[in-house]
Design a protein around this ligand. Structure first.
Ligand code: ATR
Length: 275
């Protein structure tokens, strides 16, 4: 059987770890998957997607800066992608409609729960940032029924807008928005979803948000400790994780959607750590 074609589309895309992750999944599961990276022109994402599927491609992952456009382009959206406003997975459903899903939030939750044994049910969670990355994960995080979810952002109005958008999903969960300086009580889990640490910047948090048992999770990943996790360690955090596990878990969920087989993630996370 010849391999079926999958790819990640982004701009730039040459740094993407997705081809490596999916080729490890294919080898592990024996699924006939060929997975490449495609750089779409900034002004012609839709044509790139159309050409890929017209040429027999089976499924796409979508990365920066096209996740919102992928969501727009789809004729059909998985429920968890609806509120996310962005898609990282495209495929055709049984009716032949271009379908969008978002597996990022699933990846985050799976990494916290399964790989790190972190309980989210009943937890007091602080999430930093209110951009696309945070919007993409709020639904799956709220589904875990934390006691409270506080969204802190540099631009408070954007955090306010997310609180309004997710009020229905939150139900009885206390969902609130604020600036970085406001929270001064310890949280059980702190998730950094800002892109600040990409530029080596830190959200100016009060160190009181951290207690010895606080779990800190940076959605960014890096071969070194991220700027945010280093700050957390310097301020008493003991358990800090970066987003490599989230990256592999979101990929595994895309693979499951496309192939109906869920790969084991632990060996793939280990392999990437050792690359
Ligand atoms: P992404 O898709 O990565 O979420 P985004 O939608 O541009 O990208 O959002 C970036 C997030 O990082 C925002 O929450 C942004 O804060 P603002 O909403 O105030 O712009 C946050 N961010 C980026 N640079 C930052 C910095 N230097 N300090 C603090 N927050 C920063």
């Amino acid at each position: 059987m010849s391999d079926e074609r999958y790819a990640v589309v982004g701009h730039p895309v040459n740094h993407s770890k997705s081809p490596r992750i999916h080729s490890l999944f294919a080898r592990q599961t024996g699924e006939p998957v060929e997975y490449t990276a495609i750089q779409a022109p900034l002004d012609d994402f839709a044509a790139t997607v159309q050409q890929f599927f017209a040429g027999g491609g089976q499924g796409l992952n979508i990365t920066v800066p096209f996740k919102e456009q992928a969501w727009e382009l789809a004729q059909c959206r998985a429920p968890r992608a609806q509120k996310a406003g962005a898609a990282n997975t495209l495929y055709h459903n049984r009716e032949g409609q271009l379908t969008a899903d978002n597996t990022d939030g699933h990846g985050l939750v799976q990494d916290l729960l399964d790989n790190h044994g972190v309980q989210l049910k009943g937890a007091r969670i602080l999430i930093l940032g209110a951009g696309g990355a945070v919007r993409g994960v709020l639904g799956p995080v709220l589904e875990q029924m934390p006691a409270s979810l506080t969204i802190a952002n540099r631009t408070v109005a954007k955090a306010d807008a997310l609180v309004a958008l997710f009020a229905d999903e939150a139900g009885a969960i206390s969902l609130s928005a604020c600036g970085f300086g406001a929270p001064d009580q310890p949280f059980d889990v702190i998730i950094n979803g800002t892109s600040a640490s990409l530029q080596g910047n830190l959200p100016p948090l009060c160190a009181n948000v951290m207690a010895a048992n606080t779990v800190v999770y940076d959605m960014m990943y890096s071969s070194q400790t991220t700027t945010f996790n280093q700050w957390a360690l310097n301020n008493g955090a003991v358990r800090v994780f970066d987003g490599l596990g989230m990256l592999v878990e979101q990929a595994a969920e895309s693979f499951r959607i496309w192939r109906g087989v869920r790969p084991e993630t632990a060996p793939v996370i280990d392999a990437l750590r050792n690359d």
